[in-house]
Design a binder for this molecule. Structure first.
Ligand code: TXA
Ligand code: MG
Length: 373
């Protein structure tokens, strides 16, 4: 037996015998270990659960065509059974395996794929009958995405399309680092691939192309302006009011309180940064006087506005939107580690990627905003 097979054979036996509940495997995206990758694909093909890195956040994957395996995803995450999963593919042609595209959808997928795949865009299209109802929670549409990460794409290439939500416990901030996945899912999945930090740090843009005009159901790194340039038009669901006209949320995921650290999060909005920060410091002092551990989430530019009484974390320079977005979920988890009771967080303008940032922060805060005007 080759030495590289020895390791994976041992791991396989340990999993099968129940001795090892979760294997954590390092895989370097710049130098992919073929034997380890094959081992992971084998776990998927046997109906197991493998957490893998993508450019947005880590995913919790199973064979998209294996209904029992997909049901295990919901159990491992504690995910509500009416919140559908995204199916991950590794080339545009694979869309036809998971979707029943009409002409308009095929044209849209073609254009969007050329412009944004591989990348942080999920497209909602009509589902193929081959995709089990467990993936889509009974909907007749399916979300399809081609991740821009060599490990994710190799895993899909060696397996089949992979159904995967973000690899966090339901309700917790999404995992932008392997360590976050381990914190939430050790003992609940078969394998966690550790493949470095996610580049983007928030989940993909979810775009519904089944209607007349394409609609963004969840903002992400691919912006409304960029999509409109490719498709001619693009609407965005008002994520502050997720209910549709008939009272049903358009994207089932939008009705749940999400991304929440254990602390209460309060957003401070308002056009004058100095006034906004003064209000945060004043309220922070009040919370602290009541014996609460107070966290402040700000940018490099805001650091000086806050004294020693608080746990002050910065997301980076306010001029660097991708940097702010990249560290958001990691910072929310850090506040938990510091046993913070309440986090006062600075809003940023909802423009470009700022839309995705504020969507996640808003949901972490359960919609609690203090407006300083
Ligand atoms: O970046 C991402 O999208 C990550 C990585 C792992 O690819 N995945 C992710 O999956 O964020 P999840 O399950 O955490 O979020 C999927 C979102 C949910 O809000 C869900 O409601 C929505 O996509 N969704 C999935 N299928 C849908 C469908 N058929 N119609 C409407 N919304 C759908
Ligand atoms: Mg999620």
């Amino acid at each position: 037996m080759r030495p590289e097979d020895l390791e994976t054979n041992m791991l396989r036996q340990q999993i099968l015998s129940g001795d090892l509940k979760t294997v954590v495997l390092d895989i370097d995206p710049d130098n992919i270990d073929v034997a380890r990758m094959k081992f992971c694909a084998d776990v998927i093909s046997r109906g197991g659960l493998v957490c893998f890195p993508t450019e947005t956040v880590y995913g919790l994957g199973a064979d998209a065509f294996n209904e029992a395996a997909v049901e295990n995803i919901f159990a491992a995450k504690g995910r509500p059974s009416d919140n559908p999963l995204i199916v991950h593919i590794c080339d545009t042609d694979m869309t036809e395996q998971v979707a029943s595209l009409n002409d308009a959808q095929r044209a849209a997928v073609q254009k969007l794929g050329e412009a944004f795949w591989p990348g942080p865009l999920t497209v909602i299209v009509n589902k193929s009958p081959a995709i089990p109802a467990a993936v889509t929670c009974g909907l007749d549409t399916v979300g399809v995405r081609m991740p821009d990460h060599p490990v994710a794409r190799e895993l899909i290439r060696l397996s089949r399309p992979i159904a995967a939500p973000s690899a966090n416990l339901s309700g917790r901030p999404s995992p932008s680092r392997a360590r976050h996945v381990q914190e939430d899912l050790c003992g609940r999945v078969d394998v966690i691939i550790s493949g470095g930090d996610a580049r983007v740090g928030v989940e993909s843009t979810v775009l519904d192309v089944t209607g007349e005009v394409p609609v963004i159901l969840r903002p992400g790194a691919v912006t409304r302006e960029e999509i409109a340039e490719v498709l001619g038009a693009c609407d965005e669901a008002d994520w502050k009011k997720p209910a549709d006209v008939d009272g049903k949320p358009r994207s089932p995921g939008m009705k749940y309180r999400h991304y929440s650290p254990k602390a209460e999060v309060v957003i401070y909005d308002g056009s004058d940064p100095a006034e906004r920060r003064a209000a945060m410091a004043r309220d922070g002092n009040e919370y602290a006087a009541r014996g609460l551990n107070v966290g402040i989430l700000t940018t490099d530019e805001g650091l000086e506005a806050f004294g020693d009484g608080f746990a002050v974390l910065t997301l980076g320079s306010s001029r660097n939107l991708p940097e702010l977005t990249h560290s958001l979920f990691a910072r929310l988890r850090e506040f938990d580690e510091r046993k913070t009771d309440v986090v006062l967080a600075e809003a940023i303008p909802e423009e470009g990627m700022g839309d995705a940032f504020m969507n996640r922060l808003y949901r972490a805060a359960g919609g609690t905003v203090v407006d300083i005007r």
